[in-house]
Write a protein that binds this ligand. Sequence first.
Ligand SMILES: *Cc1c(COP(=O)(O)O)cnc(C)c1O
Length: 398
Amino acid sequence: MTAASAAASPHLMNTYARLPVAMVRGQGCRLWDAEGNSYLDGLGGIAVNTLGHAHPRLVAALQEQVATLIHCCNYYHAPDAEKLAQKLTELAGMTNVFFCCTGLEANEAALKLARKYGHDKGIAKPQIVVYEKAFHGRSIATLSATGNAKVQQGFEPLVEGFIRVPLNDIEALQKATAGNPDVVAVFFETIQGEGGINQMRIDYLRQVRALCNERGWLLMIDEVQCGMGRTGKWFAHQWAGIVPDVMPLAKGLGSGVPIGAVVAGPKAAGIFQPGNHGTTFGGNPLAMRAGVETIRIMEEEGLLENAAKVGAHLKEALQQALGGNPGVKEVRGQGLMLGIELVKPCGALTERALKAGLLISVTADCVVRLVPPLILTVAEADQIVAILAPLIEAFLKE
Ligand SMILES: *Cc1c(COP(=O)(O)O)cnc(C)c1O
């Protein structure tokens, strides 16, 4: 694992500070590098590998699909696209879906929906409420919606039409939008991922839903990271018993196959007409099969219940191991989307954890993030704690 040469990539653009290791194989919640070392996967490809690695049923379905039809294009109907859309709308209590390939594309489509919703009502310069610390992607529009100067710097001018507010503060939202007839939508993550595992409170979610109803705004909830069963419900906002008008999805939806989706309810489902939006790869048969099979396997293996149960166990074990440490501000999150906030920047922990055989990430400078596959067992959760807690303790003593 020490040989950086095995993992060097001199011909790739320098967009990621990669760790000196190349992953070549996976099985369940384990990965192996090119030199045969194995790692426990606490990161799940950043909340993507819902079913872990090389899930036998997903592998068989995808192999069959590859040998049957990978792509044909949106000039024709695709049976699995209708099947997946039907399933997603049923799970979400919504009505229609647009398919794309990534999270930023799903969010870009949501932003376009909101703007056209405004234009259809005669609002020439529609405005969308977004949040501090939000992350919505790295296209020009989605980085403009993102609440992180580091993501935006160097890419100005930003897209206009955003109003930014703090989390969980209904008065701030009311004040920022008071008397403004151009507001068309409120857009946030139920649990901010890149922003440091920051949850919208249940009462706040309900208050915003009510406000959107009252004002005729679209409630748009980015469930790209916190959705698809990760918190123990299909979508994290469902803990509040609300239904959004627009819901972008991606990451875990295809268990590793690139896929994105925007799910819409009655207020938003009819906004796009032919010619308004599209993407070549969206709804392709391979990705659609991955989505259909991921959901089928999640249901048959009870992975929502597993995420809730193993997530609660992991959170409690982390709290027990680290809770008394004054260097640990908080262990937070829900299901298998957890963050451990330390009192100081802790980016160095990713490489130390790697060397100790555990994959994690650090986000918002001070937050260790765990978003493992939803098949994680209690024993694997205990292994994560056994590796991670001593590393954090030693780090905090430095
Ligand atoms: C990762 C992420 C995105 C961007 O998804 P990409 O597939 O990387 O474009 C958008 N929103 C949230 C909440 C995310 O976590």
